[in-house]
Design a protein around this ligand. Structure first.
Ligand code: PLP
Length: 382
């Protein structure tokens, strides 16, 4: 039998006994529905973690982005600007509304390049387009440069809506995310830093925003004894059972962030000794939750290194993944405008997401670094 009986996954859920007790208690309460006391409790907890006044728990991060953009008034044919280096779920909701995503490249922080954003807005406006929102993304937990982004958003009078699906538990050095954006979307999908198996939340300081989204997410039911609807609705509310899991997971978030950051530090330290590979750093303006640790290989050394490392890890029962393929290269977005510097393509070519799960043991981390090191040594010789 091989030594790798258990696969080391990229970012599997971490479920504690207290999580199981919380779900059991919610089931016993009888509230097995998209209403119940655990939902408001979960919303309050996430709000206090993220520094927002109001939250609405939804079925996914994607649905939070969808209804968030709807509230911001995105119309068919409008442009919504986002980062090219992200998961497609950032941009799909733009398409749900019949609008057009426009992609802006990233800077050294791997997040939206602020200078490029400014020139993209000018160019799009010159060609007569209406830009109805900007969606910065906090890639792999690294907060975007919100202080600079909000300057630009104010100057051009375009609302900022944060895709913080990957950055629950990350912090800005100056102020809260709520100081800079109209709203933010977070995700509790199975591989995110905490999970409800599937779920998301829209966060905002604006009461009207949260009330509208809550209304739409529950099929736009009017307050009447019968089912009365004045508007199109969505079945996007989170289940009470999953909210109970979410509260329990959220109470563990500070400890989980500490663990994820320690995994990233361990990789960084191990790779420092061999050179030719860096690990994503915190930006000057904030602290990442280190949701995923991402290695960036020195491309000059060998263009095939990320692939070779990934295959070597896979053959040893360790899951690693290429980073998000930039959206400007995705067939589904081929007709979207893109403002590029080459940075996202470069990171895509050199990056690899390494196992970062909360429950990883020291031994598992050591096995990952050992395999990475051995591939680098082998390729150095070839
Ligand atoms: C996961 C993710 C989403 C979507 O969240 P779901 O809960 O999976 O719908 C959106 N944007 C980014 C950047 C993500 O990583």
């Amino acid at each position: 039998m091989s030594s790798h009986v258990h696969t080391t996954y990229l970012s599997p859920p971490s479920i504690s006994d207290s999580d199981i007790q919380a779900v059991t208690a919610a089931l016993r309460s009888g509230w097995a529905a998209p209403v119940g006391p655990s939902i408001a409790e979960f919303e309050d907890l996430v709000c206090s973690q993220m520094g927002f006044r109001h939250g609405v728990a939804l079925a996914s991060g994607t649905s939070a982005i969808h209804l968030g953009l709807k509230f911001l008034g995105v119309q068919p044919g409008d442009i919504v600007i986002t980062s090219t280096l992200t998961f497609a779920a950032t941009a799909f909701p733009i398409m749900y509304l019949g609008a057009i995503p426009a992609f802006v490249d990233v800077d050294e922080s791997w997040n939206m390049d602020v200078e490029l954003l400014d020139s993209a807005i000018r160019a799009l406006r010159r060609s007569g387009k209406t830009i109805s929102a900007i969606i910065p993304v906090d890639l792999y937990g690294t907060p975007a440069n919100y202080a600079r982004l909000s300057e630009i958003s104010k100057r051009h009078e375009i609302p900022l809506f944060a895709d913080s699906a990957e950055s629950l538990g990350s912090k800005l050095n100056n102020g809260n995310l709520s100081d800079y954006v109209s709203a933010a979307a977070v995700s509790f999908n199975g591989n995110k830093i905490i999970t409800t198996s599937g779920g998301g939340m829209l966060l905002t300081d604006d009461v009207d925003f949260v009330e509208r989204v809550k209304h739409w997410s529950t099929q736009s039911r009017e307050p009447a004894p019968w089912y009365e609807h004045k508007e199109v609705g969505y079945n996007y509310r989170l289940s009470n059972i999953l909210a109970a899991l979410g509260s329990s997971q959220t109470s563990r978030l500070p400890e989980i962030v500490r663990k994820r950051r320690s995994i990233r530090d361990a990789y960084r330290e191990a790779f420092l000794r061999i050179g030719a590979v860096e690990v994503q750093k915190d930006p000057e303006w904030g602290i990442s939750n280190a949701w995923l640790s991402v290695a960036l290989f020195d491309r000059e050394a060998h263009t095939r290194i990320p692939t070779e490392v990934r295959l070597e890890l896979a053959s040893n029962g360790i899951e690693a993944r290429p980073i998000w393929k930039p959206l400007h290269s995705q067939p589904v977005f081929s007709s979207s405008p893109a403002f590029l510097s080459g940075h996202a393509d470069d990171i895509f070519g050199r990056g690899l997401c390494l196992p970062s799960g909360t429950d990883m043991s020291t031994d598992q981390i050591a096995r990952v670094t050992r395999h990475v090191t051995s591939v680098l040594k082998r390729m150095d010789r070839s």
